[in-house]
Design a protein around this ligand. Structure first.
Ligand code: PGA
Length: 257
């Protein structure tokens, strides 16, 4: 497998008004002073901040992502936002199928697949999220759930250049809990294998697989060193530039890993 450049994306969820742009300025300034060429850095603020965030991040190496999109390019869908609109606001990526969308909005893998295709149509990278619930975890269904979510959610023409897979155990999100490193290694291996079956070995091997769920400065180095973990999707710890930078520092070549 060729070397994959890792990605660390901050998912702000429904957090942040104008004042939060200060954190983005702080992040930009810190990375300008001490660049991190080893890792791609992305921030996914709420849609209301996208265009102002795009101005803050213009001409920096920090990518801008959105958190959801509608499958269609336009139409009578009050309150929804299309992938084309996100691209127009300055986003280059969009998260689709986050468990909070699957649970709060009843999104199926079929919907998520349509959203990923909408992302490609608009020229965006799709960050496709999968993950088992606490109950499925307890009942030993994790591998089946992940396999079927990948088969259903990842478009068959997805490529490593336009698709990122994010594995986020639902029970680990915002809970402070994380799977053991052995479980992360085993499940990311299963995900890699399944991506290879769905996309073929080349694209399956080139697709980044992020771990998400309670990633924080204290556990990032261990999680990011696991085989087939090509970065992280970070929620709570991405809201403060100082915490996010501590996580990113895992990829500093002069830092102990
Ligand atoms: P968390 O969220 O880092 O706050 O657990 C991760 C996510 O849901 O993307």
């Amino acid at each position: 497998m060729t070397a994959i450049r890792p990605l660390v994306a901050g998912n702000w969820k429904m957090n942040g008004t104008s004042s939060a742009l200060g954190e983005l300025v702080a992040l930009r300034d810190r990375l300008e002073k001490a660049p991190l060429p080893e890792v791609e850095v992305m921030v996914c603020p709420p849609a209301t901040l996208l265009s102002r965030a795009a101005s803050v991040l213009a001409e920096t190496a920090i990518a801008l992502g959105a958190q959801d999109c509608h499958p269609l390019p336009c139409g009578a869908h009050t309150g929804d936002i299309s992938a084309e609109m996100l691209a127009d606001a300055g986003a280059t990526a969009v998260i689709v199928g986050h468990s909070e969308r699957r649970i709060d909005h009843g999104e199926t893998s079929e919907t998520v697949n349509a959203k990923a295709r909408a992302a490609y149509r608009a020229g965006l990278t799709a960050i496709v999220c999968i993950g088992e619930t606490e109950e499925q975890h307890r009942d030993g269904e994790t591998v089946d759930v992940l396999t079927s979510q990948i088969q259903g959610s990842v478009p068959e023409d997805a490529q490593g250049s336009n698709t990122v897979l994010a594995y986020e155990p639902v029970w680990a999100i915002g809970s402070g809990l994380t799977p053991t490193p052995e479980d992360v290694a085993r499940l990311h291996g299963v995900i890699r294998e399944t991506l290879g079956q769905v996309l073929g070995p080349d694209q399956g091997g080139a697709t980044r697989i992020l771990y998400g769920g309670s990633v924080k400065p204290s556990n990032a180095a261990e999680l990011m060193s696991i085989p087939n973990v090509n970065g992280a999707l970070v929620g709570g710890a991405s809201l403060k530039a100082s915490d996010f930078c501590e996580i990113l520092a895992v990829y500093r070549s002069d830092s102990a890993t």
